[in-house]
Design a protein around this ligand. Structure first.
Ligand SMILES: CC(C)(COP(=O)(O)OP(=O)(O)OC[C@H]1O[C@@H](n2cnc3c(N)ncnc32)[C@H](O)[C@@H]1OP(=O)(O)O)[C@@H](O)C(=O)NCCC(=O)NCCS
Length: 183
């Protein structure tokens, strides 16, 4: 009884210290109260970028974020370990989402029209990504530029989402297709 009480207190204290450390090392990003940001959080914030995690978000180990634009994550959204978010312009993720481990979300591609110069010198094609609230992205799902996923949708493990997915849909596969509606 006493030891579980002590564990809870120490766990809460540890979470607060981690949050303090993350806020101190990334002053330009905003983290709401009670965010739980775990080890190996790798955040590259470029000048002019705008990052906000709503209160109560949980970010498991080794998340990588590269942000030149605007990243807005709603309250209580949870990320599994080793997720990647790459933002040139805009990524919005709603509240109460469940993002499983190894998910990758990016709002751009490298241009690849010119055969005479390397990809890295060709610039990017950028289109904002918007993920609604209470969306569940299965393990290793990838969401590509320009996609909107509606509220309460489910995206299966390993899916590659290339087109919009409506609210309440369950979509799987590569490219992701709706297999049924939850309602
Ligand atoms: C998407 C998901 C929720 C669907 O579950 P479900 O409704 O029980 O679906 P079913 O098992 O009835 O499968 C329906 C069809 O979709 C296919 N399917 C299901 N999940 C799939 C997936 N991830 N990729 C490709 N096809 C899939 C099934 O093979 C089946 O095809 P069939 O009708 O040709 O036989 C589940 O399959 C899934 O991917 N869950 C993610 C698990 C995960 O990553 N958890 C992380 C913890 S947060």
């Amino acid at each position: 009884m006493t030891s579980s009480w002590l564990k809870r207190i120490l766990g809460g204290l540890h979470r607060r210290l981690r949050l303090l450390a993350v806020r101190a090392t990334h002053p330009s990003a905003r983290f709401g109260s009670k965010c739980d940001i775990r080890a190996q959080f790798d955040l590259d914030v470029f000048p002019g970028a705008n990052i906000r995690f709503g209160p109560g978000c949980i970010v498991d180990r080794a998340m990588t974020i590269e942000c030149y634009g605007s990243l807005d994550i709603g309250p209580r959204t949870i990320f599994g370990h080793h997720c990647t978010l790459a933002v040139r312009e805009s990524l919005i993720i709603g509240e109460d989402c469940l993002i499983a481990e190894l998910v990758s979300i990016r709002d751009h591609d490298h241009r690849c029209d010119d055969l005479t110069i390397p990809f890295r010198e060709q610039g990017a094609v950028v289109a904002p990504v918007r993920i609604g609230r209470n969306v569940w992205l299965g393990s290793k799902a990838t969401v590509l530029k320009g996609v909107t996923i509606g509220d309460n949708a489910v995206i299966g493990a390993n899916a590659v989402v290339t087109r919009d997915i409506p609210a309440n849909a369950i979509a799987v596969g590569v490219p992701a297709r709706v297999i049924r509606m939850r309602d």
